[in-house]
Design a protein around this ligand. Structure first.
Ligand code: FAD
Length: 397
């Protein structure tokens, strides 16, 4: 690619946000370079392409992220075992669950209400900023400003939350109910309502589709000159764009742009283990643990091996397996930006955009943030008349 060509956009980072942004720009006929040191970001397969150490599942209502991956094995919520962290456990289909029926009814009602609002909110977020979409719906805004624990109390979810939902939420966020927002809690809890699947991410197909517009390199500097963005990579190349999208993890984005405070990230450790799981943990797709346990969850893979997720670097695998061999291990120093109330805007000046999981986690919210940035760019460079974009929305930034 000729560094003297001025591109419509430079997209930095090829995770779910950057890829979704790139494909939307492509659809709109825009020229771009997608520069990233990895393809897939926190979708992270090992060299065999069979073990995913990053994002684990997609939900059936992931419309945008579904364009990046293909669904594989369905995860059966009826095949889960929930542990209290003190040696007691119960399965989804059990007397314990039956006794919680009134609590499950309350959970179902609150989630039905949430999903009605959230489905419209997601659509809005493709064409207006996350902040504008929240301000349009006080129900969603409230969820962003209150902790999950307060939502749980408000909806009388008590023991159902403690025994089941908070464990699933811990598996998705690595965090406790006081740390995460009610919006993240409700978002991930949809995984207990709608079908969820493990998925395949075909990196080669993405490379082929993007061609030389994908640049495997690390961005080391960004500056603005005469209204243009100049991005320098570790290999010393320069790219010039009319607009730029930082689709990088929050901590990286904050190095390039003054985005203010960012939410704190959790640490996760994923161990790939071959072994014989202990009897009280066997025959279940997933074993889910409470926040008091450093082990978050175990998940059996198609070949009978296991992934074990934890929030501490040293865990006792002998507590889970009678015999085992550790095949591989992956450390996520910054896994997900889930705690705190900081908020990152999606636009800084007329031509600088931010996408990613700064304000909400998961493949779908990040994909939507990428689509939004692309829609703004297509509008800004005059390639695409988006009827939802008003001049007031642009002027406000
Ligand atoms: C262990 C784990 C399990 C998860 N499970 C799920 C799940 O089951 N379902 C779900 O929906 N979500 C899950 N998530 C969350 C989800 O993976 C993230 O929210 C989402 O992938 C973030 O996408 P992103 O595009 O914002 O960032 P990323 O995927 O992190 O992409 C950022 C990209 O920027 C690149 N980059 C960084 N710095 C530079 C630089 N200087 N120059 C160029 N490129 C750079 C990176 O290489 C990367 O490609 C999980 C996350 C983890 C870590």
């Amino acid at each position: 690619m000729d560094s003297h060509n001025t591109l419509d956009a430079i997209v930095i980072g090829a995770g779910s946000a950057g890829l979704s942004c790139a494909y939307k720009l492509d659809e709109g006929g825009s020229t771009f370079a997608l520069i990233s040191d990895t393809l897939g970001g926190r979708i992270d397969y090992d060299s065999t392409g069979k073990v995913n150490f990053g994002a684990y599942f997609v939900m059936s209502n992931y419309g945008n992220a579904a364009k990046l991956v293909s669904r594989r094995t369905r995860i059966n919520p009826l095949s889960c075992r929930f542990h209290d962290g003190k040696g007691e456990s119960f399965t989804t289909l059990s007397m314990h669950t039956l006794k919680r029926s009134p609590g499950f009814a309350a959970f179902g009602i609150s989630m039905a209400q949430f999903m009605r609002h959230y489905s419209q909110f997601k659509k809005n977020c493709e064409v207006m900023s996350h902040r504008e979409a929240m301000e349009l719906d006080p129900f969603i805004l409230r969820l962003y400003t209150e902790p999950a624990s307060s939502f749980i109390a408000r909806h009388h979810l008590g023991s159902v939350a403690e025994d089941y939902v908070s464990k699933f939420s811990y598996a998705c966020t690595g965090a406790d109910m006081d740390q995460i927002t009610a919006l993240d809690f409700c978002n991930v809890s949809q995984g207990l309502i709608v079908p969820i699947h493990r998925f395949e991410f075909d990196a080669e197909a993405h490379r082929k589709r993007l061609g030389d517009r994908f640049v495997e390199d690390s961005v080391v500097a960004h500056r603005e000159e005469n209204g243009l963005h100049i991005v320098t990579t570790a290999s010393g190349r320069e790219y010039v764009g009319k607009t730029v999208v930082f689709a990088t993890p929050a901590v990286v984005t904050a190095q390039f742009l003054d985005v203010g405070d960012i939410r704190q990230s959790c640490q996760l450790y994923v161990e790939h283990v071959r072994g014989t799981i202990r009897k009280d943990l066997s025959a279940q797709d997933m074993n889910l643990f409470p926040f008091t346990s450093p082990i978050i969850f175990t998940a059996v893979q198609d070949d009978g091996t296991y992934l074990v997720y934890s929030r501490e670097p040293e865990i006792d695998l002998a507590a889970l397996f009678t015999e085992f061999e550790l095949i591989q291990r992956r450390e996520w120093e910054k896994a997900m930006y889930v705690t705190g109330r900081a908020y990152v805007e999606q636009q800084y000046g007329p031509t600088t955009f931010v996408a990613g999981d700064h304000n909400g986690l998961g493949l779908e919210p990040t994909a939507i943030s990428g689509v939004y940035a692309a829609n703004q760019i297509l509008n800004a460079v005059g390639l695409h008349a988006n009827r939802f974009l008003t001049s007031s929305a642009n002027n406000e930034k």
